[in-house]
Design a protein around this ligand. Structure first.
Ligand SMILES: O=C(O)CCC(=O)C(=O)O
Length: 236
């Protein structure tokens, strides 16, 4: 598990030419809206923006990470044995500036994910639109491999934001917006560049981010020892 984080991982994507897959569902639209209402009620007073390890804190999120259609798509991408490496809920409250810079999910100062054996998922808990801060991706951007990151800025409220160095924040000419109805989901290559804008609507926007790994996917710096949440298969 302890190795220098030096591999750039250029090359093809297990998700095909664009490096992402849409058309997935983690729940019905009405159940997703019901979950969103619960999450909003729970976090409204504090205006919590990031809830780490949602799958360990809430039963609905523990179910969401193993939603059959989603898990099947993950297994098609990285193989039969799948564990959750991390999850976090991101809540964009109305009237609050909260932009997520261009970044790649599979790399940070503590670890690197092998893109052939890992995949990121984004689940729409509420509807996600261009007005409330849906994802924007750059199709095919995985091909350059892992890029250098800006310094990780840790804030108790927002967790860590890690942007790609030298890439101005804001929409990109080759960027594609990915609006979703509540209940829909997508998979992204862990090298795919993506970002999101602030929410300019009157309602909260909630997404659940998940990183799935297959055995052997994680290269960690010496100090970091990830704890996995196995869902299927062996080799953990
Ligand atoms: O939920 C969002 O707006 C983006 C979250 C995201 O891509 C991330 O933090 O990895």
């Amino acid at each position: 598990m302890s190795a220098p984080l030096t591999i750039s991982y250029t090359g093809p994507s297990p998700l095909g030419e664009d490096g992402y897959r849409t058309g997935l569902e983690w729940n019905t639209n009405s159940r997703a809206h019901a979950r969103a209402a619960e999450v909003i009620a729970e976090h409204r007073a504090e205006r919590t923006e990031v809830v780490l390890d949602a799958h360990l804190r809430s039963e609905w999120a523990a179910h969401a990470v193993r939603a059959p259609g989603l898990l099947a798509a993950v297994q098609e991408t990285i193989g039969e044995a799948v564990a959750v490496e991390t999850t976090f809920l991101m809540i964009k409250w109305p009237g609050r500036e909260f932009r997520v810079p261009w970044h790649q999910d599979g790399t940070n100062r503590r670890m690197q994910l092998d893109p052939a054996r890992s995949v990121a998922a984004w689940l729409a808990i509420t509807d996600a639109t261009t007005a409330n801060g849906c994802l924007q991706v750059i199709p095919g951007s995985y091909a350059s491999g892992y890029l250098s990151n800006d310094r990780e800025v840790s804030s108790a409220r927002r967790g860590r934001a890690l942007g790609v160095q030298g890439m101005p924040d804001g929409p990109h000419d080759h960027g594609l917006w990915l609006p979703f109805d509540a209940g829909q989901a997508c998979l992204m290559d862990v090298r795919l560049l993506h970002r999101s804008d602030s929410n300019t609507t009157a309602g909260a926007r909630i997404g659940l981010n998940i990183r799935y790994v297959a055995p052997g996917a994680i290269r960690s710096s010496g100090a970091h020892s990830p704890s996995l949440y196995p869902l299927t298969g062996s080799g953990w």
